[in-house]
Ligand binder design. Structure first.
Ligand SMILES: O=P(O)(O)OC[C@H]1O[C@H](O)[C@H](O)[C@@H](O)[C@@H]1O
Length: 501
């Protein structure tokens, strides 16, 4: 293992231009098509020798065995003693887990059928409250695919700032609103407060039985019952599905409702196709694994602190937000599986935006700044609009031109006008943006995160780092007699006019 890293560290860096010149088969080897997605890793500094070293690293870190253990329902999250069974949600997992997920999906479908049959009277608005993994996934799905669905107005509210809920319900009729409370644990304070306020909003606006219009999406059904949700309107999912991996479960309820059940199933099928690719393709032709090699190369060998993702498609504008949680909450760790400190940088900071907008805002730094930022372009071949085809053409040519410009650079006598070039990018080009392809794309990212974690020997499935702040906020809110630091004490006094120390 140390040898593979040593080899990588000692390799003389070769420019992208020289790599293309010396490896004539480079484009063919480093691009592949899977599940409606075209991946191009050729504009990265992964030389043939670097890939060989990474393949050795994958071997010595047991990536294949860890992957197989995950799909078999083994305990791949040892700090919490849990399996990670998002694969089972799409039919790829231990048979008993797949059967359990299937039963949960059937229950979800029955409730959706009942809603569509107006068992709750006419439903026009879906108010989904949830945060983190209980919001980002469904929000991405509804925003990317739900534009023309026109079935329901869907609002996904996460922030505890009351302005978010107020804005969401401004144009909603409480009598035709269904409230979905999404929380794996059903204890998250922001979600519980938003849920209570949404119920109050219904009650104050003349809804006789607001609790009769509540659906719970959770892995803790007993807590939902305690909250007052009727058992028949609780859609459970398994404890072994992590929050940021949960859009495939009942957490995807607003998407299944907004897009229709067939679309939701296609989403699962697309993800399953990517699962099979990750399980079966040799690592040198395996998209999530090659992507993880790229990530590790820049984070560990070139010491890049960040990676940037630009969606060249308005429908995917929430993808960077979604990936921030997936990548940074999963792999933003400092210790390895055995508790020892990681000797290497773990997750890079994920950031990004939408093209072409970002070109006119942040790309200056990518082309001429002092930081090396590996860039990822995500685009869709088939247009998502019906306007003059010039729109989509401009969008795509800009995307491709940026990758080419980053790589080629351009010398100039005036240093202000010179582009160093040799800056890396990867491109993912979807044939079209439909539920199946989006499912495959999201599953690709999940497995890439997993492959990164395996190469680093870390656990991508826990997130203890988010707890301390929550505990302190709770203590502060409850007026606990805690002594905070002078700065915090002063902020509390200024905001609340009270001394909590
Ligand atoms: O679904 P919930 O239990 O309400 O959790 C919501 C979110 O909050 C936590 O703090 C975690 O950081 C996230 O991983 C999780 O998705």
């Amino acid at each position: 293992m140390a040898d593979a890293w040593k080899m990588l560290e000692e390799m003389a860096p070769t420019s992208l231009r020289d790599l293309f010149a010396s490896e004539p088969d480079r484009l063919a080897r480093l691009s592949l098509d899977e599940a409606g997605l075209h991946f191009d890793f050729s504009k990265t500094h992964l030389s043939r020798a670097a890939i060989d070293a990474f393949l050795d690293l994958a071997e010595s870190t047991g990536l294949a065995a860890r992957r197989d253990a995950m799909f078999a329902g083994g305990i791949v999250n040892p700090s919490e003693g849990r399996a990670a069974e998002h694969g089972a949600e799409r039919g790829e997992g231990a048979p008993e887990s797949v059967a359990r997920s299937g039963a949960f999906h059937a229950r979800m479908r029955t409730l959706i059928d009942a809603i569509e049959a107006e068992a709750f009277g006419p439903v026009r608005h879906i108010l989904h409250v949830g945060i983190g993994g209980s919001a980002l996934g469904p929000k991405l799905l509804v925003d990317a695919l739900g534009r023309d669905a026109g079935r329901y107005d869907t609002a996904i509210v996460s922030n505890v700032d009351g302005a978010a809920l107020e804005e969401a319900v401004r144009d909603f009729d409480p009598h035709t609103t269904l409230l979905a409370i999404a929380s794996k644990t059903f204890t998250t304070s922001e979600t519980m407060l938003n849920a209570r306020s949404a119920i109050t909003w219904m009650a104050e606006n003349g809804v006789d039985d607001p609790y009769g219009r509540v659906v719970a999406l959770t892995a803790s059904p007993e807590k939902a019952i305690e909250f007052g949700v009727d058992e028949t309107r609780i859609l459970p999912f398994s404890e072994t599905v992590g929050g940021r991996y949960s859009l495939w479960s009942s957490i995807g309820f607003p998407a299944a409702l907004a897009l229709g059940w067939d679309a939701f199933e296609s989403l699962l099928e697309g993800a399953a196709a990517m699962d099979r690719h990750f399980r079966l393709a040799p690592f040198d032709r395996n998209a999530p694994v090659l992507a993880a090699f790229v990530d590790r190369y820049y984070a560990n060998i070139r010491k890049a602190g960040t990676r940037a993702v630009f969606a060249y498609d308005e429908r995917l504008r929430l993808l960077p937000d979604y990936l921030q949680q997936l990548e940074m909450e999963s792999n933003g760790k400092s210790v390895r599986l055995d508790g020892s400190p990681s000797p290497r940088a773990t997750a890079a900071i994920t950031w990004g935006g939408v093209g072409t907008d970002a070109q006119h805002a942040v790309f200056q730094l990518l082309h001429q700044g002092t930081h090396l930022v590996p860039v990822e372009f995500v685009a869709v071949a088939e247009p998502g609009d019906t306007l003059d085809p010039a729109h989509h053409r401009q969008l795509l040519v800009n995307c491709f031109a940026q990758g080419a410009a980053l790589m080629a650079g351009r010398p100039a006598d005036d240093p202000n006008r010179a582009y160093p070039g040799d800056r890396p990018s990867t491109t993912i080009l979807a044939e079209r943006l439909d539920p199946r392809t989006l499912g495959a794309l999201i599953a690709f990212y999940e497995h890439r995160v997993f492959a990164n974690a395996a190469l680093l020997g870390i656990n991508p499935f826990d997130q203890f780092g988010v707890e301390l702040g929550k505990e302190m906020a709770k203590a502060l809110d409850g007026g606990d007699d805690l002594a905070f630091d002078p700065s915090t004490e002063a902020l509390i006094a200024r905001a609340f006019g009270e001394d909590m120390g």
